[in-house]
Design a binder for this molecule. Structure first.
Ligand code: IPE
Ligand code: IPE
Ligand code: MG
Length: 248
């Protein structure tokens, strides 16, 4: 069901002409959601994947061009091996199950993060999803998986240093635009808004360079409870913000 069939008043909850071009979400609180129900943590992650399905569909229905979601951080490797394995399996499952629907909805999948440490099965599922949705142009679902912001900044610095070393780049040509281009493998605009669920007030190494002027919105709702109405409310809150970018 389309968002406007599900929530007929959606158009009065948000200004459809002033939506962000890039929404970024830190999907947090799956574990606590499960704990509150005396369920294993993995059940929280499973419920979270269902919300991801809904929020991706809503993003595409709203015509928002880019959605970046934080699904697995470079630091999440430090969790118990069972949970890490479960999250890897869940990603493969998600990509397999959603692919047809994403193609139908015009959603293109791209990935942000390192391939290092990922199993062949995970990399293959990512490549398949990327390739099968490459021609879609309505909405980009940019999945940050095995992503660390500081790591990607260091990587970009190294890339530029190599070019300078090879005499292919004048160090004086390095400015914030070139740096951003080097960093941004998927050539996406900076996020207009970052939403973090679960009541944590930090970025946890998520897009530290790209969020310099993003609006930050924190909600206490755990990710598995973050439904379309929560999403619309959050977008409405974004629309009330006065973005000055240092000007008046
Ligand atoms: C977010 O939920 C998903 C991932 C980090 C993979 P958490 O697993 O961090 O849930 P909490 O924060 O423990 O509740
Ligand atoms: C950030 O959440 C990563 C994802 C949502 C994928 P975490 O739960 O890992 O962050 P911390 O540990 O609370 O900072
Ligand atoms: Mg967490």
């Amino acid at each position: 069901m389309n968002l406007f069939e599900k929530i007929p008043e959606a158009g009065s909850l948000v200004d459809l002409d002033a939506l962000p071009k890039h929404v970024a979400i830190i999907m947090d609180g799956n574990g606590r959601w499960a704990k509150a129900r005396s369920l294993p943590r993995m059940m929280g992650h499973r419920a979270g994947v269902e919300r991801l399905h809904d929020i991706v569909a809503a993003t595409s229905d709203l015509g928002i061009p880019v959605l970046t979601v934080y699904a697995f951080s470079a630091e999440n490797w430090s969790r118990p091996i069972d949970e890490v394995g479960g999250l890897m399996k869940l990603l493969v499952e998600y990509l397999g199950k959603e692919l047809e629907g994403l193609v139908k909805n015009g959603v293109r999948i791209t990935f942000l993060g390192s391939m290092k440490g990922l199993s062949d099965a995970v990399v293959a599922a990512m490549e398949k999803a990327g390739n099968s949705t490459e021609m879609n142009s309505k909405t980009v679902l940019n999945l940050a998986f095995n992503y660390g912001g500081r790591q990607s900044i260091a990587q970009a610095a190294k890339k530029l240093a190599v070019l300078v070393g090879e005499g292919k780049l004048d160090p004086n040509a390095i400015d914030e635009t070139l740096f951003a281009q080097t960093l941004n493998i998927n050539s996406l605009p900076d996020p207009d808004v970052v939403i973090r669920t679960s009541g944590e007030y930090r970025l946890s190494n998520f897009l530290p360079y790209e969020t310099a002027y993003s609006e930050l919105i924190f909600t206490n709702t755990y990710w598995p409870d973050f439904d379309e109405r929560c999403y619309l409310r959050t977008l409405a809150e974004y629309q009330k913000r006065d973005r000055r970018f240092g000007g008046l």
